[in-house]
Design a binder for this molecule. Structure first.
Ligand code: PEP
Length: 251
């Protein structure tokens, strides 16, 4: 039985004081949620958010991290720094990192390996562009990203990994995949995990959907057999929208 996992990616929004104030609202609103919750503030806001959410049911994540452990890497943020701050989860391979900053599967895999080495949980994002979807390449793209991102990862390390399927054309556009379309890709992901590892590993894998998740579509997405959670961008920035998403099973 997989536990639902609802996560918010705040991207480059909110200052440290705005982040702390929002975290206080979340702490109050979400204290009775029984499933897994996570928010990922921008790096300079992490400390303020950890101070508020420490000891609560809301984990604090990072949106990215360096592929290097430490050293002369100007502008980068190390897994060691994140762990010391109290970060438990890192989002890797987000489409904005892949497409705006040119991150490759090989580069993302180096981060995956480093995060696992340090016991950091991972949300590994995969997903196709509109062009790739229209060319009928969805399965090839997603399977390639899974094979690349999980290269060298053993089955015993999989419990620390969540997969987020985020079709690039649905992120921040208001165009979400239909629940049936999303579920079909989630099924493909599960089959691929089964082929790469085992049926048991595939059954246990939590697969989030991301791409214009809103209060009015979260229930139908979460009702699908292979959708276990959501990675939320825009709607994670306001209590009025994130609370009903996080509490999809209560509202
Ligand atoms: C995201 O950035 O991961 C995302 C899914 O964004 P949005 O919910 O705004 O589409």
């Amino acid at each position: 039985m997989r536990t639902a996992y609802m996560a918010g990616n705040w991207k480059m929004h909110k200052t440290p004081s705005e982040s702390a104030a929002f975290a206080r609202e979340l702490k109050r609103a979400l204290s009775h949620v029984g499933h897994k919750l996570m928010v990922a503030p921008a790096f300079p806001c992490i400390s303020a958010v950890v101070d508020v959410l420490k000891g609560t049911n809301v984990l604090v994540g990072a949106q990215n991290m360096s592929s290097e452990e430490q050293g002369a890497h100007t502008g980068e943020v190390s897994v060691l720094m994140l762990k010391d701050l109290g970060v438990r989860v890192v989002i890797l391979g987000h489409s904005e990192r892949r497409h705006t900053y040119g991150e490759t599967d090989k580069f993302i895999n180096a981060k995956v390996q480093l995060a696992l080495k340090h016991g950091m949980e991972i949300i590994l994002c995969v997903g196709e562009t509109l062009e790739e979807r229209e060319a009928g390449k969805v399965d090839d793209v997603v399977n390639g990203q899974l094979a690349g991102g999980l290269h060298g990862v053993s089955e015993s390390q999989l419990p620390g990994i969540t997969i987020a399927y985020e079709p690039v054309w649905a992120i921040g556009t208001g165009r979400n995949a239909t629940p049936e379309d999303a579920d079909a890709v989630h099924r493909t992901i599960r089959n691929t995990i089964s082929a790469m590892y085992s049926k048991a590993a595939a059954e246990a894998m939590v697969i989030q959907y991301g791409g214009s998740v809103k209060p009015d579509n979260v229930k139908s997405l979460m009702s699908m057999a292979n959708i276990d959670g959501a990675l939320v961008g825009g709607a994670a920035l306001k209590i009025d929208s994130f609370e009903p998403i996080a509490k999809f099973d209560q509202m």
